[in-house]
Design a protein around this ligand. Structure first.
Ligand code: F6P
Length: 217
């Protein structure tokens, strides 16, 4: 794609209390969703303007700038709610399981301090080796597992020619940004990726350009 916007979902009620797991958005998280839809609309207008200027000059960027903007979210409540303000008539919206957050197995729904209290050995094992650590319990995942499941999606992403907004989660965002910015996977688990921030990634011949936008309430 010409431009990939990447963001985490808006603040969820679990984010407020520091729990990991799926939960609906807080009032603030919903406001972020509304702001995100205005922001993307604005960006689309700018693309439209460039297209017009190019056409007036009798030139078009190659490959042609596509009009559609694809919006991909995970299958979880908090990303779906974040794009509620996006009009499905204007955007090609897809919910994709591969974009789901790392699944924490028996630790889903707990806070980090609860994990430390209930499963001190697990807590320690993850602290020592976050990249390799796999959460126990059915379907529990590690960063490496998530890297693995994102591979087909990365191939699809590189093949696409339309602009794309991805609304996902902390771990997935670290991995996607890490990949696009050529950051070693050993560094991915500790990357700072804040809520209510949009990363605009543009692949250029001389390297990838990343611009960061933070929501100012
Ligand atoms: O707290 C939000 C969250 O996205 C959780 O759902 C997830 O388990 C966690 O962040 C991942 O962050 P870390 O790998 O740093 O624990």
């Amino acid at each position: 794609p010409r431009c990939i916007w990447l963001t985490r979902h808006g603040e969820s009620v679990d984010n407020i209390v520091g729990k990991i797991g799926d939960a609906p958005l807080s009032a603030k998280g919903k406001k972020y969703g509304a702001c995100l839809s205005r922001f993307i609309k604005q960006q689309r207008k700018e693309n439209e303007r460039s297209r017009r200027v190019e056409a007036e000059a009798g030139m078009a960027i190659s490959p042609q700038r596509e009009k559609t903007v694809a919006v991909w979210t995970s299958m979880l409540t908090r990303t779906k709610e974040t794009v509620e303000e996006f009009d499905p008539k204007e955007y090609d919206i897809k919910h994709i399981r591969f974009l789901n957050e790392i699944y924490a197995g028996i630790c889903e729904g707990l806070s980090y301090s609860q994990i430390e209290q209930l499963y001190p050995e697990e807590y320690e094992a993850r602290r020592v080796s976050k990249l390799f650590y796999r959460y126990p319990g059915m379907g529990g995942e590690s960063y490496l597992d998530v890297i693995q499941r994102l591979n087909p999606l990365i191939i699809e992403l590189e093949r696409m020619t339309s602009d794309l907004l991805i609304v996902t989660h902390r771990v997935v965002l670290r991995i996607l940004l890490g990949y696009l910015m050529d950051i070693d996977r050993s560094k991915m688990p500790d990357m700072d990726v804040h809520l209510h921030t949009v990363y605009c990634v543009e692949p250029k011949p001389h390297g990838t350009v990343v611009r960061k936008f933070r929501w100012v309430e």
